[in-house]
Design a protein around this ligand. Structure first.
Ligand SMILES: *Cc1c(COP(=O)(O)O)cnc(C)c1O
Length: 437
């Protein structure tokens, strides 16, 4: 597989090049040059019902010619070693729980696959690899955990100081060792901009002695591609569950839009009978774009679903690229829905009262959006991607449900450890001082 830039001004890259470059030299994002024609139904046959096996088969469609089918299968098996349960909340509402990895958020999926690919390609006698990651909350923990303790790899996590929850911050800032946590005095967009600037400088720096700089943001194809797999998995589970061919509406709680772009790529690669809902909080530049055709990025505002507080989502480029700029066709597959904090918290309370289920605030945004749109899709069954465990957002969820959420063991461990962060102004020079160390 070759990877092309969404901006179309860079030569195509191999998987290895795309992995280490992170972003294409022209500032675009890498996308696979072609989309494999996967047959969703037959994917199930030899692989059984296990997610990691199915994921291996889906990823082999993209990466089999680069790595060999067996290697892809092994990497998927090693990285995606946690369950993805599907919970039914009502006749037509299902929740796909993507938060059973080590940091209790769906970002473990991409981060762990990226880490296993880095170890596969890394030259043990070559220069060290620095993985620079901007996080709005969950990416930092997922990437830091996936890379922690790997030889010859250093993880640098940029996060907006005070804008991620204390628990999210603990998940990366307590690891130490090869993980460096940087508290940027600004918002997530500042962090993302700093990371982009650092990569741009790196790309033009030919006398580099500090080793390789790469990104582990959702812009990296190695994180992006494995996210296609659970759309196939959920779709197949529902075909089995309903015993007849079933149309599926995926509600994707979105911030930087990597998850949703991966769903649309799954559709382009053979996932049939599927439509998508871009569920956002009031940071609604994409729902607005889908309605008006005008994309106007703006500074993000803080909400209770903090991991989705993104004012200029990078992965929209991938979505536009996928549809060849055919806006009409995009709108057939994708609608947007903006959800307020008030709707989010009342949804958490109501779902808990009615079903006993406790969604986290991001998942609740997806649920509200789905409830608004399922009526318009009378022949569809809805799936909300549950992107985080509610215990990560206990500060929001517990007052609403009036109960304590039991802490998963993984969270207890990092809450008990010492926090280590380096504060910086949102300027490139300040970041470079840390990277140059
Ligand atoms: C990152 C994140 C999202 C948004 O995912 P994108 O791929 O950036 O759209 C949603 N929910 C949670 C819990 C997240 O961590």
């Amino acid at each position: 597989m070759e990877f092309v830039s969404t901006r179309g001004n860079s030569p195509s890259a191999s998987l290895r090049e795309a992995l280490f470059l992170g972003m294409a030299p022209d500032g675009g994002l890498f996308m696979p040059r072609f989309y494999p024609a996967l047959d969703a139904i037959s994917l199930r046959e030899p692989q059984g019902q296990e997610w990691d096996e199915l994921a291996g088969a889906v990823l082999a469609g993209f990466l089999g010619d680069s790595l060999g089918t067996e290697t892809v299968t092994n990497l998927a098996h090693r990285a995606l070693n946690f369950p993805v349960p599907m919970v039914q909340l009502s006749e037509r509402v299902h929740v796909l729980e993507l938060f059973h990895g080590p940091t209790l958020a769906f970002k473990d999926v991409g981060a762990r696959f990226l880490a296993s690919l880095l170890t596969h390609y890394r030259n043990p006698s070559g220069p060290p690899v620095t993985v620079l990651t901007a996080t709005s909350g969950d990416t930092g923990g997922a990437v830091a955990h996936a890379l922690h303790g790997l030889d010859g790899v250093r993880a640098v996590v940029l996060f907006p100081d005070g804008r991620v929850t204390p628990r999210q911050e603990r998940q990366f800032s307590t690891l130490g060792g090869n993980v460096v946590s940087v508290a940027v005095q600004g918002d997530f967009d500042d962090c993302q901009r700093l990371a982009k600037e650092a990569f741009r400088v790196e790309a033009t720096n030919t006398t580099d002695t500090n080793g390789i700089l790469t990104s582990a943001n959702s812009i990296n194809v190695a994180r992006f591609l494995p996210q296609t797999t659970y759309f196939f998995y959920a779709w197949l589970r529902l075909q089995v569950f309903f015993k007849t061919r079933t149309n599926v509406l995926f509600s994707v709680p979105s911030g930087n839009f990597g998850n949703l772009a991966a769903g649309l790529l799954a559709k382009a690669s053979g996932l049939p009978d599927t439509s998508f809902l871009a569920a956002t909080n009031v940071n609604d530049v994409v729902p607005e774009y889908l309605q008006t055709g005008v994309f106007s990025p703006r500074p993000s505002v803080t909400t209770m679903s903090t991991a989705m507080d993104v004012g200029n989502p990078s992965n929209l480029d991938r979505i536009v690229h996928l549809y060849g700029r055919d806006f009409g066709r995009l709108r057939q597959d994708l609608v947007g829905q903006r959800v307020t904090d008030e709707e989010t918290s009342s949804c958490i309370g109501r779902i808990h009262r009615e079903t006993g289920y406790v969604p986290d605030p991001h998942t609740a945004v997806g649920l509200v959006a789905l409830e608004k749109h399922l009526e318009l899709h009378p022949d569809h069954v809805g799936v909300v991607l549950a992107t985080a465990h509610p215990a990560k957002f206990a500060n929001v969820v517990e007052p609403v449900i009036g109960e304590e959420i039991p802490l998963p063991a993984a969270l207890i461990r990092c809450l008990e450890s010492e926090r280590q962060v380096i504060p910086i102004e949102p300027r490139l020079e300040a970041l470079q001082e840390i990277l140059g160390d």
